[in-house]
Design a protein around this ligand. Structure first.
Ligand code: ARG
Length: 481
């Protein structure tokens, strides 16, 4: 590929150390698509002879078909997927292949393929995230009146509904969907035509290649185009934050499936056993979701560290972007698949949740709010209720089991209607303010989340393969648009 300048052969250790084909081979499909767009534009602008362009397009199209059918694999002694394409094309069509690399460098080529790859991968991760949100929303609908303790400091705090708790996780994932879509848009700038760093004197049309690739924008600066990896950093960050969200949910699956909590049981299909202890049922998928969050955070740290010292424009360090990006996307995708199956396999122990509503004086705040409504200042109410809690604790009873005269002895404003606010159910039902756990408010959240899901799914179905791919499938390689 660059033999003219060299008399000697590359040392084999250096070759092994520097080659990227073993991992960038997964870009082969996208690099062929990028090459089809480039070759077609070269022909349309008269940059290369039409007959050669036709041979190149036919050759690339056949390679793409063979790659997709499994007849052809991106492997060999080549240093990267880009040189693999050139070699195989040359073997198939002869010297005309030598014109494909006109007005192109591997620097803009690799960035083009990676952008196409990441957009496609993000679409799949977004679809998976929607599926998990859907599971939680369905479960929420079934549990808007399942009362349970909500926690702060991992101490029982106030009663909520299981639906409200599940939707809190769903909202985190909905924000991930928004972020992933934003990264998809950010990756939609075509760098093709930037050359090695300084553009080209050939009469190319980067807007045409961008259009053929279905990329909505074109690079503004050829140096920025080949040096920029913001879309990689943003994609890994979006995956890392998604993993952090899944991990926080997974931690609750682990915690809740202990006998100490007992809020959930795991279906046999999603739990694993112990080779030694016959009684064990372990939440291993949830543990590994939690564990794998760490490696995606590591991918992000590695990428940023790799980028921070790079002078403009392209540097070989940038080749390190791929394994980090692939790992982050693969891990997020695998974790979403496991989380969705696990979420479906969670059996909620509503009896245990109900039991946990006792003993923690979870409606103490409701009692204070009751006193506030009777005209007591909140700070005073807080203190009175503190005393009532102490009284109930010393009697070994619940707040709602305290005799009315005893309550009135501590807070004279208390009347018989106090019992409406003291039960966990009464507490949740009264929390009607915006975004709260009352069933009416939860129903609104469900409507809103379903709206977001529908919008994300509509967006996904509007994501189509690049126009050049359709032309390839239809065999309309040159001439017809
Ligand atoms: N394999 C390289 C990468 O992954 C492709 C670009 C190589 N460019 C170069 N001038 N060596 O980034």
């Amino acid at each position: 590929m660059w033999g003219g300048r060299f008399a000697g052969r590359l040392d084999s250790a250096i070759d092994r150390f520097t080659r990227s084909l073993p991992f960038d081979r997964r870009l082969a499909r996208w690099d062929l698509i990028g090459s089809l767009a480039h070759a077609r534009m070269l022909a349309e602008t008269g940059t290369i002879p039409r007959a050669d362009a036709e041979a190149i397009l036919r050759g690339l199209s056949e390679m793409l078909r063979d790659l997709e059918s499994g007849v052809l694999a991106a492997e060999g002694p080549d240093e990267d997927v880009h040189s693999w394409i050139e070699r195989v094309l040359h073997e198939r069509i002869g010297p005309a292949a030598g014109r494909l690399h006109t007005a192109r460098s591997r620097n803009d080529q690799t960035a083009t393929a990676l952008r196409l790859y990441v957009r496609d991968a993000l679409e799949r991760v977004i679809a998976q995230a929607c599926e998990l949100i859907d599971v939680w929303v369905r479960q929420a609908v079934a549990h808007t009146e399942t009362w349970m303790p909500g926690y702060t400091h991992l101490q029982r705090a106030q009663p909520v509904s299981l639906a409200h708790h599940l939707l809190a996780h769903a909202w985190s994932l909905a924000s991930d969907v928004g972020r992933l879509r934003a990264v998809h848009a950010a990756a939609g700038t075509s760098p093709l035509g930037a050359g090695a760093l300084a553009g080209t004197p050939h009469p190319i049309e980067p807007h045409r290649t961008a259009q053929l690739l279905g990329l909505p924008a074109v690079f503004a600066n050829s140096m920025h185009a080949v040096a920029d990896r913001d879309y990689v950093a943003e994609a890994i960050f979006a995956c890392a934050l998604l993993m952090v969200h899944l991990s926080r949910w997974a931690e609750e699956v682990v915690l809740w499936s202990t006998p100490e909590f007992g809020f959930v049981a795991l279906d046999d299909t999603v739990a694993k056993g112990s080779s030694l202890m016959p009684q064990k049922k372990n939440p291993e998928a949830a543990e590994l979701i939690r564990g794998k969050a760490g490696r995606v955070i590591g991918d992000l740290a590695s990428l940023l560290a790799m980028l921070k010292g790079l002078a403009l424009a392209y540097n070989s360090d940038l080749q390190e972007d791929k394994e980090l990006l692939f790992d982050a996307l693969d891990t997020a995708s695998g974790a979403l698949a496991a989380a969705t199956v696990t979420a479906r396999g969670v059996v909620y122990r509503t009896d245990r949740m109900r039991d946990a509503l006792r003993g923690g004086f979870l409606t103490a705040t409701d009692l204070a709010d009751y006193l506030v409504r009777k005209g007591v200042a909140f700070r005073t109410a807080h203190e009175r209720v503190g005393a009532l809690v102490r009284e109930a604790e010393s009697r070994g009873c619940e707040l709602w089991e305290l005799p009315l005269p005893v309550m009135q002895g501590i807070a004279a404003e208390i009347e018989a209607d106090v019992h409406d606010v003291l039960s966990p159910e009464g507490s949740v039902r009264a929390r009607l303010a915006h975004g709260g756990p009352a069933p009416q408010r939860v129903a609104e959240q469900v409507v809103q989340l379903r709206g977001e899901l529908a919008a994300a799914r509509a967006w996904l179905s509007a994501c189509t393969p690049p126009p050049i791919y359709r032309l390839h499938e239809e065999g309309r390689l040159l001439g017809q648009t």
